[in-house]
Every structure is written in C-alpha cells, then in structure tokens.
Design a protein around this ligand. Structure first.
Ligand code: NAP
Length: 319
C-alpha cells in the first residue's frame, strides 16, 4: 500500500463510500479509512424506505454492504483503522493511522455525526426495533401507534410534530419543565392535539428487551420520584447529535456546535480538504443527501488536483 495518496477519505457511511466510488472512477485510486463503527448510522437502522432506487426498501446494513462493494469494484482500497492524528498544516497532509503514517494530496472528511443516546442498555439493544434516532427514516413504521420522543430542543419538537403524521399519540418526555426549543416550535407543538408532554421526567428503562420490541417506557418523575410505565410502540431519542470532528479541532473552521464549515461546494477552510455528509450538515442529515455531498466532494477533490493554484501549492508545501 502506497503511503502517499492523491485522495484519502475518512469515514465509511453513505458520504464516504459515495466519495470513494466517484474518486475511484476518476482514477484517483482512493484509500478509504473506515473506523470502528464502519458503515455509519445506517448500520443502526433496519428498513430504509427513503433511499431512491429500492421500491421495496432495503435493510440499512445491506445498503451499506452494497455501497462498499460498489466502491471496491472500481478500485477503492479500504482499510480499517483509527485515525489518531491529522496534520492539515501543510501538503501533503499527514495522517497517523493505527501504527502507520500516511500522506495525501487531498483529504475528504466523511466522519459523520453520532446521535446522542441516553446510555441505557435497553436503548442499545432495541435500537432499530422500536428505538430510533431519526423520525424521517422510521416514522412511517409507527402508523396509528403511540410513541414517545425524548428531549426538549428544536430536534425533539420537530420530530414530535413530524411524527404526528403517523402516530396516534406522541408524548414528549423532557427532563425539565421548560423547553429549550425555539418559541415558534413550542407554539406549533402546544397547538398540536396529538402531542402530550411528560414534564420533569427521565426514562429509566425501555421495555421490553425480553420481547425484542418496544412495548413501553419506564419513566421517573425527577421531582416526586414517582415511577410510571407509559405504553408506547416506539421511542425517538432526540437529544442532539455530536459531529465527529475532534480530530480536526483548531485546524479547520467549525461552527459553534463543532460542525465543519464548508464554503463553495464541499471545500473547507483548508485548501485541498473537503467535507461531506453529516459532519458538515446538521440540517438535512439524510443518507441520500450525505451520498450527494460525497459525490460533490470527490468531484471537488478531482478538480482541485487538476488545478492546484500554484500559490497554494507553494504555501502548503513550504510552511
Ligand atoms: P439541543 O438544542 O442541544 O437540545 C437537546 C435537548 O435534549 C435538550 O432539551 C436537553 O435537555 C435534552 N437532553 C440532552 N441530554 C439529555 C439526556 N441525557 N437525557 C434527557 N434529555 C437530554 O439539541 P437539538 O434539539 O438536536 O438541536 C441542536 C441544534 O440544531 C440547535 O441549535 C437547534 O436550534 C438546531 N435545530 C434547529 C431546527 C430548526 O430550526 N428547524 C431543528 C432541529 C435542530 P435540557 O434542555 O435540559 O438541556
């Protein structure tokens, strides 16, 4: 394996694999580094019904396996490894991956964002079996059923409002008695007859692991200490996302929530470094939009390599 590449892609979700497919077909012989949670968030879901081209839907892990095979078919080299350090201060960019050092002329960052979870063992076990972190992806499965949404921010109220299209009742479970969400989102939720609030409440357990599906949640009132079981068929965790950008802190421009800022197309604040997918998008967060920006990143990297401005090349190799 050559340690000096034209393109290295970090991340193996829809954004990274689509970038790899396009870069490989552009003859750039990309290297894709997949981390421990290979395949990204779609590995945590079951049926995906909103990725165009699959009229009956496709299981998330199957979709990722197909995308991976397609990227490999055109010559993408895929390695597993933990990128411990990235030095973007000069070109070629330097990466320390497990016990190896690698250099690349362009870098495509597709490290995604991780949905924050409550940290309950039952939540992990039932993820994809009634527990979800994406209303747009999974709401459809809860037609006519009661569900719960956890959180008190804009995401929670947006998801709750969206889910009323399907669910018979949506209970928003929030740990305080005031919401963090914007006033307009609050008004919308309060006006919606299908939305109830369980204030000052924390989920202690998601039921029922022994049945392998969600049948309810055990809720504790943090003021009175009382416990009640709320029967629901689904639980949507909407307590925020964390972009996986720690590796690039201080090296790339990020917004106040840690998402990478992309300017024109997928270009970041460092010439030759591109970002795609959820690591730079906290608005749409869909597999198809991630794949779309992955395609853009590969095209941007290819064009950049073709027309590296001389002043940038000199600056980045001599500093
Ligand atoms: P957020 O604003 O950080 O809200 C997270 C919510 O989850 C808070 O209410 C928080 O409770 C609760 N929470 C956090 N950890 C928890 C835990 N362990 N157990 C129970 N509850 C927990 O996150 P977000 O709603 O995802 O929004 C992120 C950003 O995107 C915000 O800037 C938001 O405005 C923006 N956004 C905008 C829109 C829109 O404009 N359409 C839609 C979605 C998101 P506390 O309130 O007690 O801290």
């Amino acid at each position: 394996m050559s340690p000096h590449r034209n393109v290295i892609i970090i991340g193996s979700g829809p954004a990274g694999l689509t970038a790899a497919l396009y870069a490989a077909r552009a003859n750039l012989k990309p290297l894709l580094i997949e981390g421990l949670e290979a395949g990204g968030q779609l590995m945590l879901t079951t049926m995906v019904e909103n990725f165009p081209g699959f009229r009956e839907g496709i299981m998330g892990p199957d979709l990722m396996a197909d995308m991976r095979a397609q990227a490999e078919r055109f010559g993408t080299e895929i390695i597993q490894g933990n990128v411990a350090k990235a030095d973007l201060s000069r070109r070629p960019f330097k990466l320390e991956v497990s016990d190896k050092v690698m250099f690349t002329e362009t870098l495509i960052i597709a490290t995604g964002a991780s949905a924050r979870l409550l940290g309950l063992p039952s939540e992990r076990t039932l993820l994809g079996h009634g527990v979800s972190t994406c209303a747009t992806c999974d709401g459809f499965f809860f037609r006519g059923k009661p569900i719960a949404v956890v959180g008190g921010g804009d995401s929670a109220l947006e998801e709750a409002t969206f889910l009323t299209k399907f669910a018979s009742k949506v209970t928003v479970i929030h740990r305080r008695d005031t919401l963090r969400a914007s006033k307009i989102m609050q008004d919308k939720a309060f006006e919606n007859d299908k939305i109830d609030f369980a204030w000052n409440c924390e989920i202690e357990d998601i039921l029922d692991v022994s049945k392998g599906v969600v049948t309810g949640v055990r809720v504790r009132d943090v003021v009175s200490g009382d416990r009640t079981d709320l029967p629901v068929d689904g639980v949507f965790i909407a307590i925020g996302h964390t972009p996986n950008t720690g590796l690039f802190a201080g090296q790339l421009e990020m917004d106040r929530n840690g998402y990478i800022v992309t300017g024109k197309g997928t270009a970041t604040s460092v010439p030759g470094v591109f970002a795609c997918g959820d690591v730079q998008d906290h608005v749409y967060r869909q597999a198809i939009t991630a794949a779309g920006t992955g395609c853009m990143a590969a095209i941007d990297a290819e064009r950049w390599l073709d027309h590296v401005p001389m002043d940038v090349a000199e600056k980045t190799t001599t500093t």
